[in-house]
Ligand binder design. Structure first.
Ligand SMILES: Cc1cc2nc3c(=O)[nH]c(=O)nc-3n(C[C@H](O)[C@H](O)[C@H](O)COP(=O)(O)O)c2cc1C
Length: 346
């Protein structure tokens, strides 16, 4: 499709135009994507870069996304407090945009990480892999917007009641730990009908058209993981990013995580061993509140982040095999927004 064709000649605005309409150089009109408001922060574009542990989404990626008007999330799971403080400070030095953290509720140090991020003045906290009621009180006390990741109407309603600033609604297509086997496209409408807080759809969103589809269903924004895991600023080793590009749909598997949830990964010799039986860790840092001890997830994800594709666990979203290029975050967002604005009609 020619850029802008979808909306060319839309409206007959001559001398002035509403804020949501921007002129297209060839004479047509694009409708701008809506902003995404979470608590007292407003992102110019409704795109959140999902938190990706261990150390895949660090300051550089989060800041690159925030610089384009989106929301960048530093994955705090597995980080020491000093490291997290350093990453938040680094991100702040790289952008004036919106920076949050993502943390696994299942982590033993969940409350400690939340306090550290709040003390460092983080803009928002996204909490996944489990559900915490306590975090909402902490958010209220410090004035930090709390955004839980949910996959059901029930948890979305509880989140709103407890004071969530927004919910990330994550479907089965997502990367990392999974809370459901239902597609995000089936989850959005019932959750939209049940809550009034902003709804951010996650799982399987790769293109501008995907963004428009979920906005039409009632989402206010999207959270994207896979597309940014395979970006220039993603903090994974080059060999990990190449591995992502080479992956095929049949290479994407689901393993049992020691967290007690299924996790989506690209097949590696290590994931094969995990699927065949336990690979008990030789040492343990007790980093999870309740660990199944079938393998050490922090070490396995760290090995993959460092490029060890034999003994590493490579988390991925279902549609990673559709990604063909490692691109800078700026270019990824430029393409997403250009395509989305071709299709978007409020
Ligand atoms: C490599 C990878 C690591 C991830 N790690 C985390 C994590 O630490 N915490 C979390 O809440 N979600 C995690 N996710 C999920 C993403 O934040 C995001 O919600 C999800 O990937 C969206 O689906 P998509 O990959 O299809 O865009 C991870 C996803 C990927 C691909």
């Amino acid at each position: 499709m020619i850029q802008g064709q979808g909306l060319r000649d839309k409206g007959k605005v001559q001398n002035s135009y509403p804020l949501s309409l921007v002129p297209f150089p060839l004479g047509g009109w694009f409708v701008k994507l809506p902003e995404l408001k979470i608590g007292n922060k407003t992102a110019k574009i409704p795109i959140v870069q999902g938190g990706m542990a261990i150390r895949l989404s660090t300051a550089r990626l989060a800041a690159a996304v925030a610089n384009e008007g989106g929301i960048g999330l530093i994955a705090a799971s597995g980080m020491a407090h000093d490291e997290l403080r350093y990453e938040i400070k680094l991100a702040r030095s790289l952008t004036d945009g919106i920076i949050g953290i993502n943390i696994m509720v299942a982590a033993s140090d969940f409350a400690g990480i939340v306090h550290t991020a709040m003390d460092a003045g983080i803009d928002l906290i996204v909490a996944g892999a489990g559900f915490s009621r306590d975090i909402f009180g902490l958010g209220r006390a410090s004035g930090t917007p709390i955004v839980p990741i949910v996959s059901s109407v029930k948890l979305a309603k509880i989140s709103q009641k407890l004071g969530a600033a927004a919910v990330v609604v994550e479907g089965k297509e997502a990367g990392g730990h999974l809370g459901t086997d239902i597609s995000v496209r089936e989850l959005i409408e019932p959750i939209r009908a049940a809550v009034t807080i902003p709804l951010i759809a996650a799982g399987g969103v790769l293109t501008g058209k995907d963004i428009v589809d979920v906005l039409k269903m009632g989402a206010n924004g999207v959270q994207m993981g896979s597309r940014f895991a395979a970006s220039l600023e993603s903090n994974g080793a080059p060999s990990l990013k190449e591995y992502y590009l080479k992956s095929k749909p049949e290479d994407v598997v689901v393993i049992n995580s020691p967290v007690g949830l299924p996790g989506r990964a690209v097949r590696t010799p290590f994931s094969k061993r995990v699927m065949e039986g336990n690979v008990p860790p030789k040492t343990c840092d007790s980093c999870l509140k309740a660990c199944k001890h079938n393998f050490c997830i922090v070490r396995a994800l760290t090995r993959a982040q460092q490029g060890d594709l034999e003994t590493g666990l490579v988390f991925t979203g279902e549609y990673m095999p559709r990604i063909e290029e490692i691109l800078p975050a700026k270019e990824i967002i430029r393409r997403l927004v250009t395509e989305a604005e071709e299709f978007y009609q409020p």
